[in-house]
Write a protein that binds this ligand. Structure first.
Ligand code: ADP
Length: 640
């Protein structure tokens, strides 16, 4: 298995302390927002505890006259001497605490949200940047839906935890400490009864966290699977409709969705136990406090092992504060839930980020500046997978500067693969490829690719206007240059006939244009980029013969003074090439000019006869080989 065949899920499992890394690697630039959030969370919770305490104290001092008015942290001199004065003083303190509490909450949620959204933005862009630089091999092995799910869903999960949930967790800690301190201040013995629930809740939470962790990893990977299915089906909707396979696809989507549902449900079921469990625990604390405190007040003397004084004001403080713990404690389940969820997501993100791009510029790589255009393939062997089948064997040929090399041969022979090795979309397994005498692996990847134009079989256009698509890669080109390139690619005429000319939007992947139109736009893009080395991989396969003839003229001009590789099924396209190479089963079986190869009476001559319609003149050997290949292809398709 090669480096890039690894799975982000699997790699993620070995990521240590993903949440800590998330904080240190992406959070440190925004840590000031986090600190403001932390401080305002503390003050919001602290201020929320003030009214119940003031109420309890006022009850004893103002209404029952059982104790003098006194509050912790409040200087004695501030307290008014009269009862009515103390009453209004209590109202003031409660009002101030409430107003500042509201302000703290505002500051808390805005700063924590700012923090989490910034972190999310950075994680997403960096993950994208990293992913984009991974090798083609990585993209061959990973499905778009799965990658989209990492970029979108997983980063969203992080944000969900980082804003609300982290705030809640902080508040919970502050609350438990604050309430604990107040209860101990009022009555340490009863405080023990009330707070006994906390360690039990902590144990319960620990048990829950351990069980749910695995569920979340499963959920995240089934979301990826479902996304892949959906993405695939939406992209292939035309095939589904024409093949009438709606029901088959309904079933496949149903299965993927059901798997997701089942895993989600498993985690939810755990939640159904955990949440009410926590609620029950806090209710037990509430009732126990009410029973113990109530009996104490009723009998007017300490019960059980209790000693000292206890007033109705104390009971109010105890009950109100215990009540205040119920909601945050039950929220704890959500915090844990989201934490586990976010941890699974950050594992996947860091798993992806730990996949190294294999095709990179070596440290002593040189820039490819001016290019003469000599290309040498020397004993090139290639396999797509490390231990996989060799797709190319000992491919050796030379293209002199400005020469055109035609590559012909049956489907699957390895023609595209030969061309993909030139810009290092993949690296050779053996042998070497040189440009102007330098091994492509000793050149910087960027400078190498800058000088190579590649027009592939699947012409891909980006959602945008025709002009933007032609300009793509040569962003500062003048309008006149764009039009000249379009004219050279025989695209100008149909573009000007479009409703908005060059400003017409082409739709996603260029769906609003025909295959031939898309191909001409992508040829125009290459003409505009003006590369020294050109690869045309079935570049004119989607156009009709008449348009091909027109494009051919412009391509002849384009290829005149630059080294060009042309792969074509229609042999008329390569007829004029300086050298034609026939490839079969990954090997070069003959080479020469059109006339030489016809004289050779080998594979090329047979292919030529097929296209000329001279079926009767074909050699029996060729017909046998062709049917062998056709049946091999069918077997391959059947096994897919
Ligand atoms: P051609 O261009 O002559 O039709 P290709 O170069 O596309 O042939 O393919 C050569 C062989 O490599 C085929 O057997 C094909 O199945 C295999 N192949 C092509 N692309 C990949 C890939 N990305 N991963 C694995 N195998 C591939």
């Amino acid at each position: 298995m090669s480096d890039n065949e690894v799975d982000p899920d699997e790699l993620g499992e070995s990521v240590e302390r993903p949440m800590f890394r998330l904080f240190t690697e992406y959070g440190d630039d925004h840590i000031h927002w986090f600190i403001i959030g932390l401080l305002t969370s503390i003050s919001a919770r602290f201020l929320a505890l003030v009214p119940p305490v003031v109420l309890g104290v006022a009850l004893d001092a103002v209404f029952d006259d059982k104790r003098p008015f006194s509050l912790p942290l409040l200087p004695e001199t501030w307290i008014p001497p009269t009862t009515i004065g103390q009453f209004w003083f209590s109202v003031q303190i409660m009002a101030i605490a409430m107003v500042f509490g509201a302000f703290s909450n505002f500051a808390r949620s805005s700063s924590l949200n700012l923090f989490s959204h910034r972190v999310k933005h950075e994680v997403r862009t960096e993950t994208y940047q990293w992913m984009q630089r991974l090798d083609m091999e990585f993209f061959d092995d990973h499905k778009t839906g799965e990658l989209m799910s990492i970029l979108n869903n997983d980063t969203n999960r992080l944000e969900l935890f980082l804003d609300n949930m982290m705030g809640s967790a902080i508040q919970l800690v502050v609350l438990v400490i604050g309430i604990g301190a107040i209860l101990f201040w009022r009555n340490p013995q009863l405080a023990v009864v009330t707070l006994a629930v906390i360690p039990i809740a902590a144990l319960f939470t620990w048990w829950f966290m351990r069980r749910i962790e695995a569920f979340y990893a499963d959920i995240r990977s089934s979301v990826g699977d479902l996304n892949t299915r959906l993405e695939n089906n939406l992209a292939g909707v035309e095939v589904i409709k024409t093949a009438g396979t709606e029901e088959f696809e309904d079933e496949r989507v149903r299965k993927a969705s059901y798997k997701y549902f089942k895993r989600d449900w498993k985690a939810l079921r755990m939640n159904f136990i955990y949440r009410p469990g926590l609620q029950l625990l806090t209710s037990i604390a509430f009732i126990a406090t009410f029973i113990a405190g109530g009996l104490w007040l009723l009998s007017d003397r300490p019960i059980l092992w209790f000693s000292g004084n206890f007033t109705s004001g104390d009971l109010v403080i105890f009950l109100l504060l215990t009540q205040r713990m119920v909601e945050p404690l039950t929220q704890m389940s959500e915090v844990v839930d989201r934490y586990e969820d976010a941890k699974a997501s950050s594992r996947r993100i860091f798993g992806l980020m730990s996949i190294p791009p294999a095709i990179t510029s070596s440290p002593d790589a040189v820039e490819l500046d001016s290019v003469d255009g000599r290309v040498d393939y020397e004993h090139v062997d290639f396999a797509y997978e490390d231990d996989g089948e060799r797709v190319l064997h000992d491919v050796t040929f030379t293209a002199d500067p400005g020469e055109t090399v035609g590559l012909v041969g049956p489907t699957g022979a390895g023609k595209s693969t030969i061309c993909k090795l030139l810009p290092r979309l993949y690296d050779v397994t053996g042998g070497e490829i040189r440009v102007d005498g330098t091994d492509v692996r000793d050149l910087t990847v960027e400078s190498l690719r800058e000088h190579i134009g590649y027009v592939g079989q699947d012409t891909f256009l980006f959602d945008g206007t025709v002009e933007e698509n032609i300009r793509y890669g040569a962003f500062d080109a003048e309008e006149a240059e764009i039009i000249a390139a379009a004219k050279a690619a025989e695209a100008h005429e149909f573009v000007t006939n479009l409703p908005e000319g060059y400003d017409t939007r082409v739709g996603e992947r260029g769906v609003k244009l025909s295959g031939g139109q898309r191909q001409r736009i992508s040829i125009a893009r290459t003409i505009l980029a003006d590369p020294e080395l050109l690869v045309l991989d079935e570049a004119t396969s989607a156009v009709d013969t008449e348009t091909e003839m027109l494009i051919q003229r412009s391509l002849d001009k384009l290829t005149e003074d630059r080294t060009t590789f042309i792969i074509a099924h229609r042999l008329s396209t390569v007829k004029g090439a300086d050298t034609i190479i026939s490839v079969e089963d990954g090997e070069i079986v003959e080479r020469g000019t059109h006339e030489e190869l016809l004289g050779n009476d080998g594979l090329y001559a047979d292919l030529w006869r097929v296209q000329a319609g001279e079926i009767d003149a074909l050699s029996t050997e060729f017909v046998e080989e062709a049917s062998r290949r056709a049946s091999a292809n069918q077997i391959n398709q059947g096994s897919n």
